[in-house]
Write a protein that binds this ligand. Sequence first.
Ligand SMILES: Cc1cc2nc3c(=O)[nH]c(=O)nc-3n(C[C@H](O)[C@H](O)[C@H](O)COP(=O)(O)OP(=O)(O)OC[C@H]3O[C@@H](n4cnc5c(N)ncnc54)[C@H](O)[C@@H]3O)c2cc1C
Length: 531
Amino acid sequence: MRQFEFIVLGSGIAGLSFALKVAKHGRVAIVTKKDRAESNTNYAQGGIAAVTSKEDSVELHVRDTLQAGAGLCKEKTVRTIIAEGPARIGELIDLGMQFSEREIPESAGARELDLGKEGGHSKRRILHAKDITGREVERALLAAVAASPNIEIFENHLAIDLVTNQKLGYVGEPRCLGVYVLDKRSGVVETFSGAVTMLATGGCGKVYLYTTNPDIATGDGVAMAYRAGAPVANMEFIQFHPTCLYHPKAKSFLISEAVRGEGGVLKTLEGVEFMDKYHPLKSLAPRDIVARAIDSEMKKSGADYVLLDITHRPARFVMDRFPNIYQTCLRYGIDITKEPIPVVPAAHYQCGGVVTNLDGKTEIEGLYAVGEVACTGLHGANRLASNSLLEALVCAHRAARTVISARPKRVDYSIPDWQSGKANNPDEMVVVSHNWDEIRRAMWDYVGIVRTTKRLQRAEKRIANLQDEIQEYYWDFIVTSDLLELRNIATVAEVIIASALQRPESRGLHYNLDYPNPNPDWAQRDTIVRK
Ligand SMILES: Cc1cc2nc3c(=O)[nH]c(=O)nc-3n(C[C@H](O)[C@H](O)[C@H](O)COP(=O)(O)OP(=O)(O)OC[C@H]3O[C@@H](n4cnc5c(N)ncnc54)[C@H](O)[C@@H]3O)c2cc1C
């Protein structure tokens, strides 16, 4: 058994920020299922929303966030996270994070942070590193982690399940004691024990057929917390990013909202602008409205995609502001300075998650959750663009402060080793790959951008059947990462559907044709699912 004071599951912005802050107070294990930089964070393009300019204010950022959240945000949470954001950004800069800057006009060469604008924001407030903000965040945080002797990173280690006192048969308030972890290289399941376990495992885009998320985003944290008995909230609110590159060879490449922020316009294949029919902010309307508008245009015309056109901006500007998008599209034969970009909506962000307070505390003692895996109440029914990296930074700091002041003690339970029982080597991997495809397709077709109760019920039945099959497979065969992730996407699919069926209204990202309007009785009600 490996013993640490702090076990951190995940090496995105949430996990790394937390690990760095607690490392002076005890030994930290960062368990991460691929290489250390592979995370949703690494692919963030747009940037981090924070109030740093004189023209902006906390009040305006709060107002924009509440508006996007469609009545469901927790206002105290919103105010706290937004007010504390600038201090956390300052710390990131002190660590070496390099945000893009621009020359202040008529100032003899003085420079300031270059602030971008994205949908739903009333001011320019997005700090970014060109269009590779997340990569730069990971670079800066991982460099600091490398210089922290108290932190050990376990790459290619996949957390399977949380160990709780109740699972071990002890009575008393639920307490997390550690986690079982699969070393993907050796196939051995190890036990990690610690006083504090931090879930920083990110989101669940891979539950859907089309997603902007990388392969790691299989909702493992939500699934593990749910199995351990923690409540999970608001999982029906899945944000579909309106503009993912449409190309047969491009897997999950996002065309940042910032492209629309800088003037990019959505058009049909015939070159006709259509967003004026849907919202006064046109192409810069909130994401849910843009995604539904594209979905509706595609359904009407039968087209597989729509176009995003930024060719009217100077080529030099486009290439300099969006070097990564420009180069990537060029690799697929699209010169975005000369021709419009084919785009489709894709699952992007999980607004709900494991219920926590502002300090990342879950209902299970010793278990914390921060970042996309958590539901603090910041996003409500819809996330305002670039608020997620901000939330992860602020809540990781607050969680670190809380656990340090609580002086975590070593756990004195004895945790049994993982039991493989009579499990055999899997004989038919086709079962696993088939079920992966079936779940993702069912979720896309029945639990996507526009829902109906009948389709949700249909999906519920399908997923229940698949769950039985997966459980059987899980107990009969030696675990592999594909099987464990399959079990997790099935669990998360079940939770999303259960949440969507609980909410008898349309609000924010949850749009049900059988209840097309918001229901005032549900304005401040979270949907809670627990085992
Ligand atoms: C393409 C794209 C662009 C985006 N752009 C922006 C943006 O501009 N601004 C913004 O605010 N947000 C953006 N987002 C959202 C934002 O990137 C994420 O919400 C945020 O990075 C989540 O951080 P995190 O630390 O919670 O999780 P992640 O960064 O996803 O990290 C999760 C970590 O957990 C690990 N992990 C998962 N499961 C396990 C397991 N079972 N065992 C061990 N390790 C595990 C993963 O390997 C990974 O290291 C974007 C997302 C995507 C996909």
